[in-house]
Design a protein around this ligand. Sequence first.
Ligand SMILES: Nc1ncnc2c1ncn2[C@@H]1O[C@H](COP(=O)(O)OP(=O)(O)OP(=O)(O)O)[C@@H](O)[C@H]1O
Ligand SMILES: [Mg+2]
Length: 448
Amino acid sequence: MHFPLGPGDGVGCAIVTTDGPERGDAPGEAKDGTKAVAEREREAATTTRADGRADEAIARDAELLSAQLSQMRERLFPPSAKKALRPFTSGEAAKLIGVSDGYLRQLSISGEGPQPDTGAGGRRSYTLETINALRRHLAAQHDKASPKARQYLKWREPGEHLQVIAVTNFKGGSGKTTTSAHLAQYLALEGYRTLAIDLDPQASFSALLGYQPELDLEGNDTLYGAIRYDELRRPLREILRPTYFDGLTLVPGNLELQEFEHTTPRQLAERGARDDLPFFARIGAVIEEVEADFDVVVIDCPPQLGFLTLGALCAATSVVVTVHPQMLDVASMSQFLFMTADLLAVVREAGGALGFDFLRYLVTRYEPHDGPQAQIAGFLRAQFGERVLTNAMLKSTAISDAGLTKQTLYEVGRENFTRGTYDRAMESLTAVNGEIEALIRASWGRGR
Ligand SMILES: Nc1ncnc2c1ncn2[C@@H]1O[C@H](COP(=O)(O)OP(=O)(O)OP(=O)(O)O)[C@@H](O)[C@H]1O
Ligand SMILES: [Mg+2]
C-alpha cells in the first residue's frame, strides 16, 4: 500500500500492510532487525535471574526498540516531511461552504472574494484556508446575527458556551483516538474553531494530527506544562500548535504528561500548605485561558482512570464513551462506569463542578454482520436508550490502513481504496460526526 502524505509536499511513504513475516519491515531492514535480535539475545544471555539486574535488561530493550523505531520513522516520515491537507474540488468546497457549485463558480469568475487556485484546464481547487476565508467573506455580506451569516460562519456567539468534549473509556483500543482525531478534523472542516488536546502519554492523537512527539517536542510542550504544580508552569497559549488543518489547533502530548499522575498525590498530601488549584480544576482552568479563540475542544483521554482523565471529565461539558461491542469490553466498561461514578462523586464533594450537556456511548469498530456484536450493540441500546449514539462507527480497513501511516480518512485519497470500502467508511464517519455536531449545536440552542 502506498499513501502520499499530501499533494503539496511531494513526499510519499510506504508501509507493508500484510500480516506476513515482513510486516512493518522494508527491504533491508530484516538485516538490521536480525542484528538487533542477535545483539539482544547476547545481552539477555548475560542477564540472568541471579544477577538481579532485570531493570538494565529492560532499559537495553527499550534503547534497541527506540533506535529501530526512529530508523523506521526516518524512512517513513523524513524529519522534513510535513503533513499537508489536500485541496478540495469546487464541488467539495461548495458543499462544505453550503452554496451551489454554480454560485461558487460565479464568485470565482467575477473575481469576488478569496480566490481558488486554478490548475491545468482551468480546474479550480480550494484549500481549507480559502474555504474558511470564503465563509468569512460570505458571512460578512449579511447582518451578523442573521441566520444566513451564521450558516456560513458557524462560530459560537456570545451566550453559547465553549463545548469541551472528553472522549474516554479506560479500555485500551476502544477507538478513543480514532474517534477524537476524526471528530476534531470533521469539526474543523465544517468551520468550527477547534482545539484538540492530547492527554495520552502515548501521543497517538498528536501523531495523527502531524506531530511526532520525539522529533517535534522538547520539554514542557504538552498540557502538563500548563497544569503542573511547580514554577515551570507556563500559559496554555504558549503550548498551542497549529496543524495542517486550518482552524484546528493542537495541544500535543508525550510521556511527560505522566508526571501529573506522580505529582498530584504529592500535591494532595501537601494540601493546606499551599493554595494550588485542586487537580480536578486545573485542566478546566487553563482551557478558560484560551476559551475565546475556540468553539469546540476535543480531548483524547488515556486508557486509564487517573488524575488526567478525571481532570478532563471535570473540564468537559460533554462526554463520548467509546465502546467496542464485545462482551469483555462491555464488562470492562461497566467497571469503568462504576469507578468513574465513585471518583466523580468524591470530586463533586470536594467542590468539582459536574454537569454534562450530553453523555453518549459510541459503538466503535462495529461489524453489523457479526452476530454477537450486533447482539451486544442491541443490548447497549436496550439498556441506555438514546444515550447510545444512533450511528455506530463501522469497522473498516480504510480506517485501520490509514492509521498505519498515521493518517485519518479525511487525509487519504479515495483512490487508495476500492470505492465501496472508502465510501462506506466515510458515510459511517460522517453520520457519527454529524450526530455529535447536532448535539453540540443543540447545547447552544441552535438547530442543525
Ligand atoms: N472504525 C475502525 N475500523 C477499523 N479499525 C479501527 C477503527 N477504529 C479504530 N481502529 C483501529 O483500532 C486500533 C485502536 O484504535 P484507537 O487507537 O483509536 O483506540 P484507543 O482507544 O485510542 O486506544 P488506546 O486505549 O491505546 O489509546 C487502531 O489500530 C485503529 O486504527
Ligand atoms: Mg488512544
